[in-house]
Design a binder for this molecule. Sequence first.
Ligand code: URP
Ligand code: ZN
Ligand code: ZN
Length: 468
Amino acid sequence: MKLIADGILVTPAGPVRGDLVLDGGSIADVVPGGVASRDGFDEVYDASGCYVYPGFIDAHTHMQCWTGMDWTADSFETGTRAAACGGTTTIVDYATQDRGTTMPDALAEWHRRADGTCTANYGFHMAIAEWNNETKADIPAMFDAGVTSFKTYFAYDHLRLPDDQMLDVLETIRPGGGILCVHCENGDLVDSLQRRVFDAGVTGPEGHPMSRPAICEAEAISRLMYLAELSGARVNVVHLSTALGLEAVEAAKARGVDVCVESCPQYLILDDTCFLEPDFQGAKYVMSPPPRKPHDRSVLQDALVDGSIDTLATDHCSFNLFGQKDRGVGDFRKIPNGGPGVEHRPALIQTLFADELGPEDFCRLMSENPARVFGMYPEKGRLAAGSDADVCVWDPSVAWTISVKNQHQAVDYTPYEGFEARGMPRYVFVNGELAAENGEPTGAKPGRYVPRHAGCEPRRVDDGPEVP
Ligand code: URP
Ligand code: ZN
Ligand code: ZN
């Protein structure tokens, strides 16, 4: 048995000082005030001065994946190792059914890529690129395999589905309690604006945000809200980036639409001036949607604090600047879309929101709510006896600088170079095994596939602590 001693335990009932007991892959006990004696424990880990969180969950990643332009730089092996170094013990990655293949094929392929290589746990959403009677018939097999969340795209030629098919997807997954995550950008508009911007002579990375204005996102979100309303199914707006998009969500919520909202650190930290960095450095931030105007960023920061955003993920989708993104020199449309972040999300958010959010909020946004929404709660996302021993012992006093030089993400830059972070995981346990210590991997690979059940309501800010 392992004892995590004398930390502030971030429990569903609120933070409390005490000890946590791990037995194999499970939490055996949460002991406010601490255990009577440390005798009999095989290992004791000092958590004094630290918050002890249920391991953080990043429910939006793309590891070891062909995105239509290139393969991502991070494999499951490097990506989950980096995740664990930063305090994330579970990712939910987007397995993708390419056209001409089936969902079971895609799921088997994602298992082949991930199984046996992972430091952090991993589940899979299923992205649907082709919808017909045959692919539709595979949905029950997905639920049986623990895939209860799906994704569709309104953009990207090789992925997007028309509205009628999207409605059918929603109606098909609803009875099993499935949730549809949707990439909300109007693809037709983006395609035509890209041509316009390029033909007008803008060829550099600054053309990327110019061709994907906020309206492209807001229109698609608003369309999704009506499709969700029509079907009665639950949807998750992924990587929300605009104030206008948030307005569409809020209007839908007021009509009773069942919608969850995800945003990512890049939309809370960066803005579109990053695309003006000289010497093609702006390509580092080419991701879709792009970082937005300072106004959008500040509206989303407020939304995070007031609870309008339910979960924080990263959309980790890494490409090297040299050898991958630089393929788009002279034509921004050829820059692979996506950026890294899985390692740095907890440090970025806890540093940036140290004055506005408390430990129970960080827990809600990065652990409990992803577990609830994506069908992993109460096994994950809570510190309680019987839950999985995925734990992050977070030392808020460590000051350090985020840099490509000290990161574990297998990519040649970080969008947060030079960010002065406050806080680092002292210990990270995955299924009860020590996976990282002081931000460095131990070499263990305890990550396992997480089959998921139907999700439940996220915790909202006014819900208050759970009554034991
Ligand atoms: O640019 C991005 N985000 N690439 C990853 C795929 C997606 O859109 O989620
Ligand atoms: Zn997306
Ligand atoms: Zn994504």
